[in-house]
Design a protein around this ligand. Structure first.
Ligand SMILES: Cc1cc2nc3c(=O)[nH]c(=O)nc-3n(C[C@H](O)[C@H](O)[C@H](O)COP(=O)(O)OP(=O)(O)OC[C@H]3O[C@@H](n4cnc5c(N)ncnc54)[C@H](O)[C@@H]3O)c2cc1C
Length: 437
C-alpha cells in the first residue's frame, strides 16, 4: 500500500493521521469533506481511504475503506456468450447439452472421454466441471477434496443511478447493472448441505471452517440429485446414465431468509435506494477447496488429465486467466507463472491447507508484507522485536525482578503486570495486548 486518502473534518485528527502515515513511509492526501474526498478518489488512485465521515448516500460511520480502481465488472449473461463466440472463432467446437460421463483411461494415460453421445478419443482432458468436478474425479479414482455452499443473490428493478462503483461493505454489497438495476449480495452467509463428502473431507476443511464458521449455515441434506448428495450415485460406468444427465443444470432455489435480509438491508445500508423493489433472486452452488485456492494443472496419477476447478467463488473473475494458463500448460508444456500453490498434489503431500492472508510486517521500518523475521528478504529491520501473543495476559518469560530481602512474596501471578501497549496482530487472536520486548 502506498497512497492513503485521509478524510476527517477535524483538522487536528487529519494532521495526526497524516503524521502517523508518514512515519510508516506512506504517502497521504487530506480532504475535509465527503464531497472533496469523493472527487479526489474519482480523479486519483488511492490504495486506502481512511475516513471518519459519513459518505453521501451510504449509512454508517466509516473508519477506513479501500478504492481499487483497477477492478472491473461485467454482466455474466453478456460476457460468457461473448467468450464462447470468441472461442468458436478461434476454432473451438462447443457441444451443449451433452454430458461427459467418464474418462477413458488406458495404462494410466488418458485415451479419451466417454460422453452420452459416444466416445471422443484424445490424449489430454481438462476437468472444469465446477461443483460436479469432485464427483466426476472420484468416479475415475481421483480424490479431489471439494465441498459446495449455496450462495443467494438478488437484483433490483430499474433504479436511479445513485451509485456507479461496485461497493462492498459489511452486510450488503452492490454493483450497478447494465440493465439499470443493482445486483445485491449479503456476502456474509453461505449454506452448506451436509453430504457424505462433508464427513470425508471434514479434517481437510477444518481450518477453513474455523475461519468462516460464523458465516456458514449447515443444512441437513442437499436436494435430490445434487452433486455428492445422499442418493446421488458415486460410481457409474460409461454405459450408464450419469448424475450429470439426471440434473443438467444445477440451479438451487434462493434462500427466502437471505432474500428477506437483502430487502431489509437495502434501504438501511444504501439510503438512496430506499423503497426500490427487488425484481429477482437466485442462487448457485459455489465449489470450494480446503484452502479456497483453485486447482490447476495435471494429475500425476493419470497422465493427460488436467484440473481447472475449485475456483472457490471467484471463477467469474478468474475464469479467463485460468483458461489461458491451463491451455498454455497443455499446448506449451509449461506456464510463465509459478503455479506451485495451485498444484493438485498439495492435498496429499502434507501441505498446510488453510486460506492464506498476508500478514503485515509490524516493525515500523519494514516495508515487506510479512511478519518480521530476521533475514526476511527486503526486511530492513536489523533486529526484530519478539512479539508474543498473550491472549489477555502478559507472557513475559520472567516475572519482574524482586528485591532480595523484600517482604513481597510476589510471584508471576501476583507481581504487577509488565506494561503491554500495542495490539496483537496475530491472525485469529482476539487478544488486545502483546508483551513488548
Ligand atoms: C450467486 C453467485 C455469485 C457469484 N458471484 C461471483 C462474482 O461476483 N465474481 C466471481 O468471480 N465469481 C462469482 N461467483 C463464482 C463463479 O460463478 C464460479 O466460481 C464460477 O462459475 C466457476 O466456474 P467453473 O467454470 O469452474 O464452473 P461452472 O461455472 O459451474 O461451470 C462448469 C460447467 O460444467 C458443466 N459440467 C459439469 N460436469 C459436466 C459433465 N460431466 N459433462 C458436461 N458438462 C459438465 C456444468 O453444467 C457447468 O456448466 C458467484 C457464484 C454464485 C453462485
Amino acid at each position: 500500500m502506498k497512497r492513503v486518502l485521509v478524510v476527517d473534518d477535524e483538522r487536528k485528527m487529519r494532521r495526526l493521521l497524516q503524521m502517523l502515515l508518514e512515519t510508516l513511509g506512506l504517502e497521504s492526501v487530506a480532504a475535509d469533506t465527503a464531497e472533496e474526498a469523493l472527487a479526489l478518489a474519482q480523479a486519483e488512485h488511492f490504495d486506502l481511504v481512511m475516513t471518519d465521515l459519513r459518505l453521501p448516500g451510504m449509512s454508517g460511520k466509516w473508519t477506513a475503506g479501500m478504492v481499487t480502481e483497477s477492478d472491473g465488472r461485467a454482466e455474466p449473461f453478456v460476457a460468457v456468450p461473448a467468450l464462447a463466440r470468441a472461442a468458436r472463432r478461434a476454432g473451438a467446437i462447443i457441444v451443449e447439452g451433452c454430458a461427459a460421463r467418464t474418462l477413458d483411461i488406458e495404462a494410466g494415460r488418458i485415451a479419451g472421454v466417454v460422453t452420452e453421445a459416444g466416445r471422443v478419443r484424445c490424449a489430454q482432458v481438462v476437468l472444469a466441471g465446477g461443483a460436479w468436478s469432485s464427483g466426476f474425479a472420484a468416479n475415475a479414482g481421483v480424490d479431489l477434496p471439494q465441498l459446495m455452499v449455496r450462495s443467494t443473490v438478488a437484483r433490483t428493478e430499474v433504479a436511479p443511478q445513485a451509485y456507479n462503483a461496485n461497493i462492498s461493505q459489511p452486510g450488503l454489497s452492490l454493483r450497478r447493472r447494465a440493465d439499470g438495476g443493482y445486483s445485491l449480495a449479503t456476502g456474509d452467509v453461505a449454506e452448506h448441505y451436509l453430504s457424505p463428502a462433508s464427513f470425508r473431507y471434514f479434517t481437510k476443511f477444518l481450518k477453513l471452517l474455523s475461519i468462516s464458521a460464523r458465516d456458514v449455515r449447515l443444512r441437513l441434506a442437499a436436494p435430490k440429485g445434487f452433486p455428492g448428495a445422499w442418493g446421488t450415485p458415486s460410481r457409474w460406468s460409461g454405459g450408464e446414465i450419469s448424475p450429470f444427465e439426471r440434473m443438467r443444470v444445477l440451479n438451487p432455489a434462493p434462500s427466502p431468509a437471505i432474500v428477506r435480509r437483502i430487502e431489509q438491508r437495502l434501504g438501511q445500508r444504501y439510503p438512496a435506494l430506499k423503497g426500490v423493489k427487488l425484481a429477482e433472486a437466485w442462487a448457485g452452488m459455489i465449489d470450494v477447496t480446503p484452502d479456497a485456492v483453485p486447482v490447476l494443472g495435471e494429475v500425476k496419477q493419470i497422465s493427460g488429465l488436467h484440473l481447472a476447478t475449485g475456483l472457490s467463488g471467484h471463477g467469474f473473475g478468474l475464469g479467463p486467466m485460468v483458461g489461458r494458463v491451463v491451455s498454455e500448460l497443455i499446448a506449451d508444456g509449461g506456464s510463465p507463472f509459478d503455479l506451485r500453490d495451485f498444484r493438485f498434489g498439495r492435498f496429499s503431500d502434507g501441505s498446510r491447507l488453510a486460506p492464506r492472508r498476508p500478514t503485515a510486517c509490524s516493525f515500523r521500518t519494514c516495508s515487506t508484507r510479512r511478519t518480521p523475521s530476521a533475514g526476511t528478504p527486503g526486511c530492513r529491520a536489523r533486529s526484530v522485536p519478539r512479539r508474543v501473543c498473550t491472549r489477555g495476559r502478559c507472557a513475559r518469560s520472567r516475572p519482574p525482578s524482586r528485591k532480595r530481602g523484600s517482604r513481597t512474596t510476589s510471584s508471576a501471578s501476583t507481581s504487577p503486570r509488565p506494561r503491554c501497549s500495542s495490539r496483537c496482530r496475530r491472525v485469529g487472536c482476539g487478544s488486545s495486548t502483546v508483551s513488548r520486548r
